[in-house]
Design a protein around this ligand. Structure first.
Ligand code: SF4
Length: 591
């Protein structure tokens, strides 16, 4: 669920910070009504908040509390580290709401490189966040960096010192947190200040930098990852900034047989480079630094931010000047801090748009906020589910547990709409356990769903067998004392196409025989019935059975216990991969 549009920052490498400006927020009321509608219309258990930086959203703390009440899980990923460092209660609230994995987008390996990238993030803020994370219950910290090609030995030295310090701090806290360092190579993007920068398209120019950074990470005991293979990087850079001539090169290489299908052939880059050299595009014009009058492709696209502004930021990047961004008060919450400074980028079309950003104020939480959030999370963890026996129609055959859970949640909430804020989670609990997922296929009919809710009595009052309009789903009864994944008896009506399951009745008999459950077949009308000796019954695998066989279809009816392995039977035929053609109705479940 999207809560903001655009990004208020001016990172010199980032397309989103320029192309999507100005930064805008949806109102808390709109976000709330969307969250309710999403839950009702789609039935998810987890809500993902979508935003370039969710923690710039003025009402993020109150929103987190409300959504934690509405959804089983609220997931939020991308955030600004400078705000996390200064915003009171932000980190505590995130941890209380269940966040355990942190992504820290540092980008530049030194203060100088961060200024070049206009990251508006200082050493103090990075240290502040990492020091706190190391002392908290965090599972993983992913540190994200971008290498620019401009790194000097002094930048790498600063990075090495940072790593040594971090290693020391981590060992001091005895924290088990996993810290991963992930690096990308800078792609100069169109419509950003760094489109004017020179390109680094010779692999050996990078080797010294990536090699030293990798060694610095590994020497200090941290994982190092390079996000992109060389051929992908170099090709992406040319595609991002190349002109209309790219069309000819792409066609020509396609005619040579190249295609992109999930990955790029390693030789693609050599072929593209050679094409550029032959056709006059491996030139200073394209590879070197560009001046303010340089022409770029796609100039006909209307942009609110002028080339002059982009070029000024490029000059600032080279001079190491980072003059921040224009979002008002992000951490002090005193309400009397001055407005932020408009950098006059040209993205805002009116003084109202400008004021919405420069006079932005974070909404402070109530004094009781943390206690309320913590209580909500603890209560949610301790919720005892209700178990409902439902009958599902054949259209649910073969659907994944996640699909089933969302589908049933949606149907329940549409049938009993006053439960939208009450029910937090609906989960199939009989055939979706890890063990049972391997043992059943083709099921529809009866099954058990766990329903988690703040007020279970309101659910039992609302969900009664007379509830109609459940899209073919029927509520049968509540099941008390249910152990997920288990049942005593179930009726299975199995239908199999004879083409892929030849002589399925005899095969069933042979399969049971192999399970030490010998059964005899007795002819009845146009089918057969199982005579199950007492000794075989004592195995408690199959209690009764019969089947009918026509030239096209096999239909059997079995009464089985949870020990009967349907999948093993379906895969006991010559070709085990047809098991997903089985259609099996479950009925008369006993627990
Ligand atoms: S015009 Fe000013 S307030 Fe609006 S996005 Fe640009 S710098 Fe920020």
């Amino acid at each position: 669920m999207q809560i903001t549009f655009g990004c208020p920052a001016f990172c010199s490498f980032c397309f989103e910070g320029f192309d999507r400006k100005p930064y805008r927020e949806l109102s808390l009321e709109d976000v709330w009504s969307t969250a309710l509608a999403l839950k009702k219309q789609m039935g998810p258990a987890t809500l993902d908040l979508v935003s370039f930086n969710f923690n710039t959203y003025a009402g993020i703390l109150p929103l987190l509390l409300k959504l934690s009440h509405l959804y089983d899980r609220v997931s939020f990923k991308s955030q600004r580290v400078d705000i996390l460092a200064v915003m009171p209660g932000m980190l505590d609230a995130e941890l209380t709401a269940g966040k355990r994995s942190y992504t820290i987008g540092v980008e530049g390996i030194s203060g100088r490189m961060r200024a070049f990238l206009h990251k508006s993030l200082g050493n103090r803020e990075i240290d502040n966040v990492i020091n706190r994370l190391l002392h908290l219950k965090v599972r993983e910290i992913k540190m994200f960096y971008i290498l620019t090609g401009h790194e000097t030995p002094s930048d790498i030295g600063e990075f090495r010192n940072f790593l040594r310090d971090l290693k020391h701090k981590r060992s001091g806290t005895r924290s088990g947190v996993r810290i991963v360092f992930s690096f990308g190579l800078l792609i100069r993007m169109p419509f950003t200040p760094l489109r004017y920068d020179r390109l680094f398209l010779e692999e050996q120019e990078w080797r010294g930098i990536t090699g030293q950074v990798k060694s610095a990470c590994e020497t200090n005991g941290f994982e190092f990852r390079l996000a992109i293979p060389w051929a992908d990087y170099a090709t992406s850079q040319v595609l991002a900034l190349g002109g209309y001539w790219l069309c000819d090169s792409l066609l020509s290489l396609a005619e040579e047989g190249y295609c992109y299908d999930s990955e790029l052939a390693e030789s693609y880059w050599a072929a593209l480079k050679s094409w550029m050299q032959t056709n006059g595009h491996w030139s200073d014009n394209f590879l070197g630094e560009k001046n303010v009058d340089a022409e770029f492709p796609l100039e006909f696209l209307e942009q609110r931010i002028s080339s002059t502004f982009l070029y000024q930021l490029f000059e600032n990047a080279k001079a190491g000047v980072d003059d921040g961004y224009c979002l008002g008060e992000i951490g002090q919450l005193t309400g009397d801090t001055p407005d932020a400074r408009c950098l006059a980028c040209g993205a805002c079309a009116s003084s109202e748009e400008r004021a919405a950003i420069t006079q932005h104020r974070m909404q402070p939480p109530d004094p009781s906020y943390m206690a309320e959030l913590s209580k909500t999370m603890v209560q949610k963890q301790r919720m005892k589910p209700l178990f409902a026996l439902l009958w599902l129609p054949p259209e649910t055959i073969g659907k994944s547990p996640a699909w089933l859970n969302a589908w049933v949640m949606r149907i329940l909430l549409q049938a009993i709409p006053n439960q939208v804020e009450n029910i937090t989670l609906v989960r199939e609990s009989l055939f979706s356990t890890r063990e049972n997922l391997r043992r059943y296929a083709g099921l529809y009919g009866e099954t058990v769903f766990a329903i988690y809710a703040w007020d279970v009595e309101a659910v039992t009052a609302g969900l009664v067998s007379t509830v109609s309009d459940m899209k073919g789903v029927r509520f049968l009864r509540w099941v008390n004392a249910f152990e997920p994944g288990t049942f005593q008896r179930a009726g299975l009506s199995i239908t199999l196409p004879a083409t892929h399951f030849p002589d399925a009745g005899q095969q069933l008999r042979r399969y049971l025989q192999d399970q030490y459950v010998p059964v005899n077949l007795r002819r009845i009308e146009d089918g057969y019935e199982f005579d199950i000796p007492k000794k075989a019954l004592q195995k408690r695998i199959v209690y009764a059975g019969s089947f009918l066989q026509t030239s096209s279809t096999h239909c059997s009816k079995l009464v089985v216990s949870g020990k009967f392995d349907l999948m093993a039977y379906l895969q006991s035929f010559a070709d085990p991969y047809w098991y997903n053609e089985a259609v099996v109705e479950v009925n008369d479940l006993e627990f």
